[in-house]
Design a protein around this ligand. Structure first.
Ligand code: CTP
Length: 435
């Protein structure tokens, strides 16, 4: 590793710990084939090439990695010359994407921490890094990463693991430990607050006291992060099978209300808490069963009680129910989108799922047959089902819909007549009065 020690980065602390192949459990058979191809090609061309970050961490912890990222001393242009299927992306970080059909292997050139960079490169704004694209050595690259477990490198040259920061010890201790001064590192990039929560929940590990301490006090920093970036991070919470523990940790560290301010106001209410926990449990179960999950569904669940409150006010003031729904939804979806940049299509889906709660209660004429064809019917029905777990008056409706879905056409007609009966009776009564 001599060649990497020639520069003296600010965070340089020691020489790396090298774990030879015989002493760790990462086997090439567990590594994505395309990532291996890229690693070998870089290596054969004389560059250094490592797997880095989440994939090394996950493989060591026995978790299936989501993606396989590569770090190298080749510059992006040099990477492009090696691969026909390469595209360079990014302004803030220049990265190479190697495309294998729908799969992308990301290759990043070693970068240095902004404090090691010359002034014109690493840019800071109020303690936050806004531009961070200065090349460095593998050692620089390790020290600029967020947590020690995320700064491990798997070297394709000899299949060893390279550890500059103490990540291997943390993997053994199952602990999350920020590299450098946690307070400063959270300030540099407040998204690390959310990343910390995500790793704690997903990996079921603990956190060092030093890293945990500022977590409690820095939730306000999320207000400095763009809604687009926050949305992307929040999406990850729902996709890793640990959204319930994530929710509990967000509450514990007072981060939830920063992300969902309106929902946050209802967390003291058991009905809201029950609904959220039920939906999150269900989401985690679906992930474990390899089923699709819909983030829009969870957003609809989160907004459901704030929307209900708004609805009560509007209907009290005489607004017809459907118009009141539309008004409440428009207000809350917009308000939530100011914090998390929910894309337009997803906003419409959230709105539809909530509106379906009303529409599902209108069981007349052809309506139920038409609702079965609604593209969001399943999600709307799922929300109805979890509401029914606690709301007594929704139980009957949910049971009826369950039977309706499972029935033949004839049986559906019968079910419909059953719920239409009281209405006919009323009409007759009215006519009699007129006579
Ligand atoms: N990284 C970082 N600081 C960030 C984002 C990323 O130091 N704010 C580094 C970490 O080394 C991280 C790697 O970039 O491991 C890749 O980041 P990303 O793909 O976002 O997350 P992973 O750590 O890979 O985790 P996961 O795969 O679970 O998303």
């Amino acid at each position: 590793m001599q060649r990497f020690a020639k520069e003296k980065p600010l965070y340089k602390k020691n020489i790396p710990l090298l774990i030879p192949r015989a002493e760790h459990q990462i086997s090439r058979s567990a590594i994505n084939r395309n990532a291996l191809k890229v690693l070998y090609r870089l290596h054969e061309a004389g560059f250094s090439a490592y797997l880095v970050g989440g994939c090394v961490r996950d493989l060591l912890l026995g978790v299936k990695p989501k993606d396989f990222d590569i770090a190298t001393d080749a510059r992006p242009e040099e990477v492009r010359k090696l691969f026909k299927n390469c595209r360079l992306i990014g302004k803030r970080f220049r990265l190479a994407h190697i495309l294998f059909g729908p799969e992308i292997i990301e290759v990043a050139t070693f970068r240095t921490h902004h404090e090691n960079a010359k002034e014109q490169h690493g840019k800071m704004h109020q303690g936050m890094i806004i531009r961070d694209n200065v090349y460095g050595t593998i050692e620089d690259d390790a020290w600029r990463r967020d947590f020690r477990i995320n700064a491990l490198y798997y070297n394709i040259a000899d299949f060893s693991i390279v550890d500059y920061t103490g990540g291997i010890q943390d993997i053994k201790d199952k602990v999350l430990h920020m590299i450098g001064d946690p307070m400063q590192r959270f300030h540099e990039d407040p998204v690390r607050l959310l990343r910390a929560i995500r790793f704690l929940a997903k990996l079921n590990i603990s956190i060092t006291e030093e890293t945990e301490e500022p977590l409690n006090r820095l939730s306000y920093l999320l207000g400095h992060v763009s809604p687009g970036r926050l949305f992307q991070e929040v999406l990850k919470f729902f996709q890793e099978g640990a959204s319930l523990p994530t929710f509990h940790l967000l509450q514990k560290y007072k981060l939830f209300s920063q992300l969902f301010p309106e929902t946050g106001k209802f967390l003291e209410e058991p009905a809201t808490l029950d609904l959220l926990q039920s939906a999150l449990t269900n989401t985690d179960l679906r992930i474990r069963e390899n089923k699709n999950i819909s983030p829009a569904f969870l957003f609809a669940v989160f907004l459901w009680h704030p929307v209900q409150k708004e609805l009560e006010e509007s209907t009290k003031n005489g607004l017809p129910i459907y118009a009141a729904y539309e008004k409440a939804l428009q207000y809350h979806v917009k308000k939530q989108t100011e914090v998390l940049a929910i894309p337009r299509v997803m906003q419409i889906t959230i709105r539809d799922i909530c509106l379906l709660q009303y529409r599902l209660s209108q069981r007349r004429g052809n309506q139920p047959f038409r609702l079965l064809q609604h593209p969001r019917f399943r999600a709307g029905f799922d929300l109805l089902l979890i509401r029914a777990e606690k709301e007594v008056d929704v139980k009957e409706l949910a049971t009826w819909w369950t039977r309706f879905i499972e029935s033949s056409h004839e049986e559906r007609e019968k079910l419909l007549k059953e719920v239409e009966k009281p209405k006919k009776y009323n009409r007759r009564k009215k006519r009699k009065k007129k006579e």
